[in-house]
Design a protein around this ligand. Structure first.
Ligand SMILES: Nc1nc2c(c(=O)[nH]1)N[C@@H](CN(C=O)c1ccc(C(=O)N[C@@H](CCC(=O)O)C(=O)O)cc1)CN2
Length: 299
């Protein structure tokens, strides 16, 4: 626990801003060397409000750092074959270095078929089975690492928190956060456990953790008494709960009970303003890295 009995707040917004500034410098340098700018295609199917917000944020972030955006906004009743056709065009377009299909997709579209169709070189979300497979293997680096887990680790590293040799517990086992976060931490020499909806007594396992990544998608699941004093707590949850005092009628809360946890933890991320902004910063970084690889291959 911090000396004053309050955890140090990890400011994800500020850390993400400095990463975005680094990416902007990288884009300028690449343009000066090759005359090319990185290009990111963002594909969205349907009108889900939250997805539209995230896509808008991604496109704005691209514009701010000089990444060219290729927009594909498809109606909710688009067929799987039509989405696959768009992906094929983007795979073949040399100005596109990253392809992102916003998840979740409407029910008529098989998510796995779509993610498998994205060229591994352009898979800046890091969701292609080949990239995930490489993440599992010693000495086989993925071309891109999934943005949210990569952002969680970056928050730990940039906050001076040691990972090697520490006990980490990941709460949740989703393909896009929990599972890759656990793989990343193992690759950085942490001792990792995953707890999930079928785990018997998750509290007693989380209590052993020096590092907790909470990614279960359940508001305030992790209470203060689940935590080891001094633990570093990274909260991935963005759960909307009713709040009549807000104009929107809701507010976002994490998977961790922040008010309780901050009295026990050593470091903690807020929601909003923690992991969320890092997801987008990592996407920009992955896109720049992909464009650099493409320029090297052509040199
Ligand atoms: N293809 C993908 N789909 C989805 C991903 C992903 O990484 N790739 N992740 C999530 C959603 N997501 C990005 O797409 C995302 C979520 C949250 C934020 C964010 O900055 N949140 C802010 C709050 C924003 C608000 O007020 O609504 C915060 O936490 O501070 C960015 C991106 C699912 N789909």
């Amino acid at each position: 626990m911090a000396e004053n009995g309050q955890a140090k707040i990890i400011d994800g917004k500020k850390i993400a801003e400095s990463i975005r500034a680094e990416v902007a410098e990288g884009v300028t340098a690449l343009k000066a060397q090759t005359g090319k700018v990185p290009g990111l295609a963002v594909v969205i199917v349907g009108e889900r409000k939250d997805s539209q917000t995230y896509v808008r944020m991604k496109r704005k972030a691209c514009a701010e750092v000089g990444i060219a955006s290729f927009d594909h906004d498809l109606p909710a009743d688009t067929s799987e074959a039509e989405v696959l056709q768009v992906i094929q065009q983007l795979n073949d377009n040399p100005d596109v270095h990253g392809i992102l299909v916003q998840l979740p997709l409407p029910a008529q579209i098989n998510e796995q078929n779509i993610l498998d169709a994205i060229s591994i070189e352009k898979d800046v979300d890091g969701f292609h089975p080949m990239n995930i497979g490489r993440l599992c293997m010693k000495g086989r680096d993925p071309l891109s690492v999934p943005c949210t887990p990569k952002g969680c680790v970056e928050l730990l590293v940039r906050s001076g928190i040691t990972i090697a040799g520490k006990r980490a517990v990941v709460v949740g086992r989703s393909n896009i956060v929990g599972m890759p976060a656990a793989l990343l931490l193992i690759g950085m020499n942490a001792t990792v456990s995953i707890v999930h909806s079928r785990t018997d007594d998750p509290k007693s396992i989380v209590q052993q953790a020096d590092i907790v990544i909470a990614a279960a998608g359940r508001a305030h699941l992790v209470k203060g008494d689940w935590l080891k004093p001094g633990a570093a707590v990274i909260d991935v949850g963005t759960n909307a709960v009713d709040d009549p005092t807000k104009k929107s009628g809701y507010r976002l809360v994490g998977d961790v009970d922040f008010e309780e946890a901050k009295k026990v933890a050593g470091h903690i991320t807020p929601v909003p303003g923690g992991v969320g902004p890092m997801t987008i910063a990592m996407l920009l970084q992955n896109t720049l890295d992909s464009a650099r690889r493409s320029a090297e291959a052509q040199a």
